[in-house]
Design a protein around this ligand. Structure first.
Ligand code: ATP
Ligand code: MG
Length: 142
C-alpha cells in the first residue's frame, strides 16, 4: 500500500447513518465523487475497539459518548482511493458539526449532531495508513 499512500484514505459510515438506512445513499455519493473502493466491510465495533480507534480523544469530555455511539450498532469501514484522497474525502464529508457543514457535503445531508455525524475520515496521510491497518489486512484490499 505504501507506494500509493497519498491516494488512499480511510472512511467510516458511522452507526447513525447505517441505522437510518443511508448506507447505500452515502456509498452512491462516494462513487459519484470519483472515489474507488479498495476495501469495504460491515462491522460492529466493541466498546474496546472503538476506544482503541479514538485513543487520541481519550482525555476529551466527549470520549465516553463517542465510544458508546461508535459501538452502538454496525458501521461500514472503507478504504477509498482518489488523487489527494485524505483532503478530498474530508472536503466531501464537511465540518464535524453538521450545523457548520457546507451545502452538498455528506454531514450536511446525513448527520444530525456533532456527536452523531454520519461519517469519519482520516485527518492526515499518516493517520490514514494507521487507521487502514487497524481495520484491514492486506488480503482485504483489492
Ligand atoms: P472524525 O475523526 O470522526 O472524522 P473529525 O475529524 O471531524 O471527525 P474530531 O475532532 O476528530 O472530528 O472528533 C472525532 C469525533 O468525535 C467527531 O466526529 C464527533 O463524532 C465526536 N466529537 C467531536 N467533538 C465533539 C463534541 N464537542 N461533542 C460530542 N462529540 C464530539
Ligand atoms: Mg478526526
Amino acid at each position: 500500500m505504501a507506494e500509493q499512500a497519498g491516494n488512499l484514505t480511510f472512511g467510516i459510515i458511522k452507526p447513525d447513518a447505517v441505522r437510518a438506512g443511508r448506507t447505500g445513499a452515502v456509498l452512491q455519493r462516494v462513487l459519484d465523487a470519483g472515489f474507488r473502493l479498495r476495501a469495504m466491510k460491515l462491522i460492529h465495533l466493541t466498546r474496546r475497539e472503538a476506544e482503541g480507534f479514538y485513543e487520541v480523544h481519550r482525555e476529551r469530555p466527549f470520549f465516553g459518548e463517542l465510544t458508546a455511539f461508535m459501538s452502538s450498532g454496525p458501521c461500514v469501514v472503507l478504504a477509498l482511493e482518489k488523487e489527494g484522497a485524505v483532503r478530498a474525502w474530508r472536503d466531501l464529508m464537511g465540518a464535524t458539526d453538521p450545523a457548520k457543514a457546507d451545502e452538498g457535503t455528506l454531514r450536511k445531508e446525513f448527520a444530525s449532531s456533532i456527536g452523531e455525524n454520519a461519517v469519519h475520515g482520516s485527518d492526515s496521510e499518516e493517520n490514514a495508513q494507521i487507521e487502514l491497518a487497524y481495520f484491514f489486512s492486506r488480503l482485504e484490499f483489492v
